[in-house]
Ligand binder design. Structure first.
Ligand code: NAD
Ligand code: 2HG
Length: 409
């Protein structure tokens, strides 16, 4: 078990949005007992109040960690996203403050792929509409407009962890897979990369989006792109709500251009389960509307809880930042019988030399040193004999370019 400069019972973990119990169990097993949990996201003012004395915060997709919120988070050293997306965090503001951000890049990918496949099958059979009609007493027994997915073309936009898994499952069901991605990707199975979004849209019977929320994906499916989709095709989005222009989609459904859609994510999502869900898509029987539950299965949530809590505990125990989304990645061994200094600084010439000078000038022997940098920041970890750590910490904190420095006992 790692050692920290603060007694473990004083290190506060604030876990929001009903993060799975596996996270609490993992942290408890690692010796952390000060764990505050909330089943929902907190209103901004309450979030600011509760984050003020937290060393770690765990969130899912609802909690917005803005620069303003970070201003209140003076003790925060890491954020754990118990999900894939990290767009809900001002990542550059977090990095500026030396706050490490972790996520769970793989644990819910299978859950999303399974939901998309299920929706594709049901939409091609017209089940969304037939189910809605049956609930209103209408018996629509007909094969008209109903198709198997076997032999149909699936177009995957964004061939990453989810897009690839989806492609493999789709092929096993007899579909043909094409994908469009901004980077060249090794196709799995018989999948084929196409050169342009237009080509994918024109070819596919089912179009499914699996891109992150970025400037380049905002409204990437608008009026023009919807018009390029084959008539009677199906559109599925379980990525982020900003990726589709929802009003344009409503118009494409209204005109009958698309046979159906399944939408799990929305430009504006209700802040809590108590708030009404407002969307121009509510009126369409041939559209599955799900409340951002692509990754919400018991299996995924349990695995995510474990994965992200382990990353936070490891960072707290010994400074390991492996698989962080915004920080130089350093994998560290235990620091038995030594004190460990963790120094985050701006990656500019002269800082490392100033750091090493502190040890030379004060005759402090460096027992181990680990350094990784990104374009903007450097993260150097230095193990020294215990009696020098107080002095070294003071001197390192005074170096120009230092973002933060802490010591682990
Ligand atoms: N609905 C849910 O509950 C749920 C669950 C998990 C993930 N997600 C969302 O799904 C997204 C994708 O997840 P992933 O694990 O597959 O991510 P990933 O990072 O593994 O893959 C994303 C892919 O999109 C590509 N890409 C980026 N910009 C693009 C663009 N403009 N055009 C085409 N391709 C582009 C990337 O090159 C990459 O291959 C996540 O960012 C997250 O927002 C939603
Ligand atoms: O669990 C959530 O709130 C978000 C799930 C998903 O969108 C993700 O980014 O992993």
């Amino acid at each position: 078990m790692g050692q920290t400069s603060l007694d473990k019972s004083k290190i506060k973990f604030l876990l929001l949005e009903g993060v799975h119990q596996s996270a609490v169990d993992t942290l408890t097993a690692a010796g952390y007992t000060n764990i505050v949990t909330h089943p929902k996201a907190l209103p901004e003012e309450q979030l600011k109040a509760e984050i003020a004395d937290a060393h770690f915060v765990g969130i899912r997709s609802r909690t917005q960690i803005t620069e303003d919120v970070l201003e209140s988070a003076n003790k925060l050293i890491a954020i754990g996203c118990f999900c894939i997306g990290t767009n809900q965090i001002d990542l550059s503001a977090a990095t500026e403050k030396g706050i490490v951000v972790f996520n769970a890049p793989f644990s819910n990918t299978r859950s999303v792929a399974e939901l998309v496949i299920a929706e594709a099958i049901l939409l091609l059979r017209g089940v969304a509409e037939k189910n809605a009609l049956a609930h209103r007493g209408v018996w629509q027994k007909s094969a008209s407009g109903s198709f198997e997915i076997r032999g149909k073309q699936l177009g995957v936009i964004g061939y990453g962890s989810i897009g690839m898994q989806l492609g493999v499952i789709a092929e096993s069901l007899g579909m043909q897979v094409v994908f469009y991605d901004v980077t060249s990707k090794l196709p799995l199975g018989n999948a084929m990369q196409v050169a342009s979004l237009s080509e994918l849209l024109a070819k596919s019977d089912i179009v499914s989006l699996h891109v992150p929320e970025t400037g380049s994906t905002k409204n990437m499916i608008g009026e023009q792109e919807l018009a390029q989709i084959k008539k009677d095709a199906i559109l599925i989005n379980a990525s982020r709500g900003t990726v589709i222009d929802i009003d344009a989609l409503a118009a494409a459904l209204e005109s009958g251009h698309l046979a159906g859609a399944a939408i799990d994510v929305f430009p504006v999502e209700p802040k809590s389960n108590d708030d009404e869900f407002i969307s121009p898509l509510r009126k369409f029987d041939n559209v599955f509307l799900t409340p951002h539950i692509g990754g919400s299965t018991m299996e995924a949530q349990e695995n995510i809880g474990l994965e992200v809590a382990e990353k936070m505990a490891r960072y707290s125990d010994n400074g390991t930042s492996t698989s962080s989304v915004n920080f130089p990645e350093v994998a560290l061994p235990a620091h038995t019988d030594m004190h460990r200094l963790l120094h985050t600084h701006r990656n500019v010439p002269g800082v490392m030399s100033a750091i090493n000078q502190v040890f030379a000038e004060n005759e402090i022997n460096i027992r181990a040193q680990y350094l990784q940098t990104t374009k903007d920041i450097g993260y150097v970890v230095i193990d020294i004999d215990a009696e020098y750590s107080e002095l070294a910490l003071k001197k390192l904190n005074a170096i120009d370019g230092t973002i933060r420095c802490r010591v682990l006992f």
